[in-house]
Ligand binder design. Structure first.
Ligand code: 6PG
Length: 251
């Protein structure tokens, strides 16, 4: 099935982050005006750090009614929330600690708990959110992509990529020698908007495979992200996009 997919090339990570920050504000304002709430699933890693930091600064910070925003995570490392590897900790330091979002609106994955318990409890917490066709539906999902084509904590060759039964999975990622918690493709694909943020020349080779190569999601899990009731936009910088055949520049 054809999906609504757009690829936008920005000059660098700064321009990419500013473009996404502007769209974040617009989506949040529209959702809050319509339904008094805006749910956003944050990604981890380093790419979104600049975006999160911009959202806590003027002009963006004062353009969002943070009391109506709900924060969730697409994945988390199985570490405590104050651990240097924690995706929650990064978002807290650069964004959540700098905006007036109520604590009850911040739904972090409990990486400090036994993984299966943490996954079960997070799945339970998703039941409170609006659903569409039986799956939780979020207004915006932010995703990154690793050099191996993984996204969230859906890694190549793992069963999580093919999981269409659960909303949240805890699994040991052999290549990392560590446990991860992750939302599954049915949840990520049920969002109204999915934004990939990809930056850096080291991603160029895999980005071409993911966007222009054969469809093999078990090896390239980012290809499993195909929202059927939402819009998919890839925000990529020039270095990451240099091998791409087709892409639209933002300016
Ligand atoms: C994580 C992320 C992961 C990340 C990619 C890209 O927990 O690490 O959710 O999916 O988005 O690994 O990471 P970078 O942005 O650091 O390249």
């Amino acid at each position: 099935m054809e999906i609504d997919r757009e690829i936008i090339v920005l000059k660098d990570i700064d321009e990419l982050s500013r473009e996404v920050a502007g769209r974040f504000v617009r989506l949040a304002s529209e959702a809050i005006k319509e339904r008094r709430t805006f749910s956003v699933v944050l990604s981890g890693g380093s790419t979104p750090r600049k975006l999160y930091s911009l959202l806590a600064e003027l002009p963006w910070r004062d353009q969002v009614q943070w009391e109506d925003v709900c924060f969730l995570w697409g994945d988390e490392r199985c570490v405590p929330p104050d651990h240097p590897d924690s995706n929650y900790r990064m978002a807290y330091e650069v964004l959540l600690s700098r905006i007036p979002v109520p604590g009850a609106n911040v739904h972090r994955m409990h990486g400090e708990e036994e993984p299966e318990t943490a996954a079960h409890n997070y799945a339970d917490s998703l039941k409170q959110f609006p659903h569409l066709e039986g799956w939780p539906r979020f207004d915006l999902v932010l995703l990154g992509m690793g050099e191996d084509g993984h996204t969230a904590s859906l890694f190549p060759g793992t069963a999580a990529v093919e999981n269409h039964d659960d909303t949240v999975v805890a699994h040991r990622v052999e290549k990392l020698g560590a446990y991860r918690l992750t939302l599954t493709p049915p949840v990520l694909n049920n969002a109204a908007n999915v934004f990939f943020l990809v930056s850096g020349g080291e991603k160029a080779k895999v980005l071409k495979k993911v966007l222009e190569g054969d469809f093999m999601p078990s090896e390239l899990p980012s290809q499993a992200i195909r929202p059927e009731n939402g819009k998919l936009i890839w925000f990529v910088d020039g270095d990451a996009a240099r091998r791409l055949r087709q892409a639209r520049t933002a300016r």
